[in-house]
Design a protein around this ligand. Structure first.
Ligand code: FPP
Length: 254
């Protein structure tokens, strides 16, 4: 169940006028963290070693996002398609949120980071749900960066789920079809309390969306790098922000 995050859609950008290089920073950055398996293979290590290293990079990029005044960081941690992987790898990935939070929750609290998730939460193993539920509760009053994990997330599933809820509400006369527009539909998505991503980053050289935020990235800027996620760093993240700052977003206008 997603929690109400009423401050986010209307949250004012902080006053950045004193620091020119912080002008035009993306409010919401979404990242497809790809390449963990290849990173491990290159080193003759099991794939899970890449995921473990990837977890540590998450911590570094959370810090980089905070330092850059990004307000929402959405990380694609597990897709609805990732269940197809060998059970041992899935089990490992499902333990990572707990391990991450066990190590870093005190620091996240100190820095006022708020944890959120998008995706089919109920279908996660109990131990994963419990760790995340605890972290969401603990951080719910924090007003710093929103750290949003896409976990068991698939965009087509999200859209189908929204359509079914819309139809149920129309059937139950809670919603009139005349009032159904893009904004109303967005309210039925997991991301209903979030602004759309301004910048989407994908690592590892692949240039595809892999069922990630298909509705929400309609006008996002895309940024790709060949760097594998475990080698990603604050410096590369800042390069992506710098490129974003040079772009002219026209949203279909001129
Ligand atoms: C894709 O790389 C990566 C994933 C499916 C998992 C991403 C997870 C992390 C980076 C750790 C998440 C941390 C927390 C705190 C939840 P891949 O395995 O598909 O790489 P490959 O394409 O090289 O095989």
């Amino acid at each position: 169940m997603s929690m109400k995050l009423p401050f986010l859609k209307n949250k004012q950008q902080k006053d950045l006028s004193e620091e020119n290089d912080l002008d035009n920073i993306p409010n919401h950055v979404a990242i497809i963290m790809d390449g963990n398996g290849r990173w491990a293979k290159k080193r003759g290590l099991p794939r899970i070693a890449g995921h473990k290293e990837g977890m540590n990079v998450v911590k570094e990029i959370v810090k980089a996002a905070r330092n850059s005044n990004v307000q929402i960081l959405t990380l694609y941690a597990f897709s609805t398609e990732n269940w197809k992987r060998p059970k041992s790898e899935v089990d490992f990935l499902m333990k990572l949120p707990k391990e991450f939070l066990h190590i870093y929750l005190p620091e996240l609290m100190e820095n006022k980071v708020r944890i959120n998730t998008i995706g089919d939460f109920d279908a996660l193993p109990d131990h994963t749900k419990e760790a995340i539920h605890y972290a969401k509760e603990k951080t719910k009053n924090n007003d710093g960066l929103l750290l949003n994990f896409a976990l068991n997330y698939g965009s087509r599933f999200e859209i189908m789920r929204a359509i079914k809820q819309v139809m149920t509400d129309i059937d139950g006369s809670k919603l009139s079809i005349d009032n159904l527009d893009e904004n109303t539909f967005s309210e039925y998505l997991y991301t209903k309390d979030l602004t759309d991503p301004d910048l989407l980053i994908r690592t590892s050289g692949e240039q595809r969306l892999s069922n990630f935020l298909l509705w929400q990235v309609a006008y996002s800027e895309f940024w790709f790098t060949d760097v594998l996620w475990p080698d990603f760093s604050e410096e590369i993240f800042k390069n992506a922000l710098h490129d974003y700052q040079q772009r002219k977003r026209r949203y279909g206008g001129i």
